[in-house]
Design a protein around this ligand. Structure first.
Ligand code: PLP
Ligand code: COI
Length: 364
């Protein structure tokens, strides 16, 4: 049985991507389309526990068509980044928080819980073997995607007795294709993301599957992202399809929807609250209604708004659209407070600024 101390079997990819081809893709990788040579894999089965930990060549998986995940969507994932630091080294940002959230997601989806140390070790081992895959594009990083799914071969509806945990790495640049200084968002009136008692606080694939039709609606209306309102009253702002949201007011205070069980407890969200408070800013975790949002934008009380997450980092929101029309925050461009706390975060992640909270885990 594998535990966090057990060493991983290392099987080097016999056919890694050539140096010249790799350099070409790393100059402009975009988001989530380029992958490194290896992956981490650990198996779980009832009775045996976690076992067969290995780092191996990234390759297609063979799945029985009756594998439980293909029918009942028992699947969870994480997203975190490794950065090149100012001293020439490499570091991950708060992997312990991702490990904890992965375990909490597993609990909600009735899946086996991966020990947190094993989660972190699998990433350490994988980044070590694929360390030459750092993008050369400005602001590039390694986007690390741990995930786990049910692979018992059985069509009965019950928690699977077998799971496969994997980690893949995608060298990435920015998340948004447009590269615009501020993004536009569409307020979904037809769809909600999560209801009380549902899976909104878990990072499971099903949440994203159900957000796609709303995201498509956003694209149809020329918006970059969708923002969801709560399922019960259709009134309160929750979060975007893949990011949390913050509001910045003229008195310098910040507000973000509370963790009520229907939104993902973002690690970027948590980090930004800590950083803003350490600057002396007031941060409220309180519900904010769409009506209030419109009123505050019109009166000038609300000066800035931004989305945040591992993939998106901190992305200013300039324009909000809904079937009733659209409005802008300020001049519709990036706000000063937004850009200042983004810089604070990025400087810690890249080892440019001190790390008083112990968030940065050195690699290699
Ligand atoms: N909300 C959703 C739905 C997400 O998918 C993400 C991305 O992971 C976030 C929020 C932000 O979370 P984090 O900052 O941990 O990446
Ligand atoms: C992340 O930021 O890690 C996410 O999972 C969001 C997804 C839209 C890429």
């Amino acid at each position: 049985m594998a535990d966090s101390r057990q060493s991983f079997v290392i099987e080097r990819n016999p056919e890694p991507v050539g140096v010249a081809d790799r350099a070409k893709v790393l100059a402009d990788p975009g988001f989530g389309r380029v992958f490194t040579d290896h992956m981490a894999l650990i198996r779980y089965s009832e009775g045996k526990g976690w076992h067969d930990a290995r780092i191996t060549a990234r390759k297609p998986l063979m799945l029985d068509p009756a594998s439980a995940v293909l029918h009942y969507a028992q699947e969870i994932f994480e997203g975190l980044k490794a950065y090149k630091t100012a001293d020439g080294g490499m570091a991950m940002f708060r992997p312990d928080a991702n490990a904890r959230r992965f375990r909490q997601s597993a609990q909600r989806l009735a899946m086996a819980e991966l020990p947190e140390e094993l989660f972190i070790e699998s990433i350490r081992q994988l980044v070590a073997i694929d360390k030459d895959w750092f993008p050369t594009v400005e602001g590039g990083s390694l986007y690390i995607r741990p995930f786990m799914f049910a692979n018992e071969v059985f069509l009965g509806v019950k928690p699977s007795s077998e799971y496969l945990y994997l980690v893949i790495i995608s060298p990435v640049g920015g998340y948004f294709k447009s590269g615009a200084p501020a993004v536009s968002i569409w307020v979904s009136q037809n769809y909600t993301r999560a209801a009380p008692g549902g899976t909104g606080a878990a990072k499971c694939g099903g949440n994203y599957a159900s957000s796609l039709v709303a995201q498509a609606e956003a694209s149809k209306h020329g918006c970059d992202q969708v923002v969801f309102l709560d399922a019960a009253e259709h009134k309160w702002v929750e979060e975007l399809g893949g990011m949390n949201v913050f509001f910045v007011f003229e008195d310098g205070s910040l507000q973000t929807p509370p963790l009520s069980g229907t939104i993902l407890p973002g690690i970027t969200r948590d980090s930004l609250m800590t950083l803003a408070r350490s600057e002396g800013l007031t941060v409220r975790e309180e519900p904010y209604s769409f009506d209030q949002w419109k009123r505050d934008a019109a009166s000038g009380k609300l000066t800035e708004c931004f989305a945040c997450g591992t993939a998106a980092v901190v992305t200013p929101i300039g324009k909000v659209a809904s079937p009733e029309g659209e409005f802008k925050m300020g001049a519709g461009g990036p706000g000063q407070t937004t850009m200042r706390i983004k810089q604070k975060l990025v400087d810690i992640q890249r080892g440019v600024a001190p790390d008083p909270h112990g968030w940065v885990h050195k690699l290699g």
